[in-house]
Design a protein around this ligand. Structure first.
Ligand code: GSH
Length: 306
């Protein structure tokens, strides 16, 4: 199998118990004396990678293990199967993305283990990303049991519904849910738009306009937060994730726009400081200095920075 890029989509394991030949009797892991285990593993491969192999009704299988296995080999198989189970959740991301950070926070809040696959260059997208998000071709993408979910807010909702537990991210009440969705949508509409102005706007009048606009939006968000510890009340949740994903980018926006979250939006600053105490948040956000450095290089490349 070495080197073959095969994708595990379906794994069917068939255990047969059969009588051992007299000379082969062994006690198998979890099995009985006098019985052997025949393990057959069939793996569905990506169609393009298995051209020429045996095909059955459009699904292509290959047999990767068979015969009466000895205890040691069986142990290895079981171990590798366990680790496959762990990466049944895969996140395609990009290190500086605010949208990817949302998914990381949500998965961390739910305690979900996942495999992280990083897109290195967003202008040269991997075949996996193109396959998993053929419409927008953007990260983040969550792959869960081989099926992909796209768009960060939709992914966060999917995570909340798939890993229901003690820490729901959205309220159960339909009205409160609608309000949570409204504010998360507002955040993307206004903060993302103004962020793009900081990232690529020329200095001077344009930056001043962006600063003014941004402070206006932050003021609205402060009004919504009020005196609550988190946007949805006493518990950290969906709206906090939506806005906190931008938090480490604010170092760049403040530097370029000439404002200070701490001074100009003290309530939001206190809320952000509270959120940052959560490991799920602090460990998921990209380094502010790296975001700044990347933005400056980007600005130079597009000719708005000397
Ligand atoms: N609305 C999307 C936005 C995702 C997005 O813009 N991702 C960026 C990285 S931060 C991307 O993949 N850009 C590549 C491109 O635009 O081609 C979401 O919420 O997931």
């Amino acid at each position: 199998m070495g080197g073959v890029l095969w994708q595990l989509r379906c794994l069917s394991i068939v255990f047969y118990r059969c009588k051992l030949r007299e000379n082969g009797a062994r006690k198998m892991a979890g099995g009985d004396e006098g019985f052997s285990v025949v393990l057959e593993v069939w793996v569905v491969l990506r169609r393009e990678e298995v051209r020429g192999r045996e095909s059955g009704g459009g699904v292509v299988y290959t047999r990767v293990g068979t015969t009466k296995m000895k205890k040691r080999r069986l142990g290895l198989w079981l171990k590798s199967m366990r680790s496959m189970g762990e990466s049944e959740v895969v996140l395609l991301g990009w290190p500086l993305s605010m949208f990817g950070a949302r998914v990381k926070i949500a998965l961390a809040e739910k305690g979900v283990k996942y495999e992280y696959k990083e897109e290195v260059f967003l202008h040269n997208k991997s075949p996996l990303l193109l396959k998993c998000n053929p419409i927008h071709k953007k990260i983040p993408v969550l792959i869960h049991k081989g099926r992909s979910v796209c768009e960060s807010k939709i992914i966060v909702e999917y995570i909340d519904e798939s890993w229901k537990g003690e820490s729901p991210l959205l309220p159960s009440d339909p009205y409160l849910r609608s309000q949570a969705r409204f504010w998360a949508d507002y955040i993307d509409k206004v903060i993302y738009t103004v962020a793009m102005k900081f990232n690529s706007g020329p200095k001077g009048e344009e930056m001043e306009k962006a600063r003014h606009e941004c402070l206006g939006y932050l003021n609205v968000l402060e009004g919504e937060l009020g005196d609550k510890p988190y946007f949805l009340g006493n518990a950290f949740g969906y709206v906090d994730i939506a806005l906190m994903s931008y938090y480490n980018h604010f170092f760049t926006y403040e530097s370029l726009g000439g404002f200070s979250l701490k001074i100009d939006s003290p309530k939001l600053f206190a809320w952000a400081t509270r959120c940052m105490k959560r490991e799920s948040v602090s460990k998921s956000l990209p380094d502010p200095q790296k975001i700044y450095d990347y933005t400056i290089v980007y600005r130079k490349n597009i000719g708005v920075e000397d």
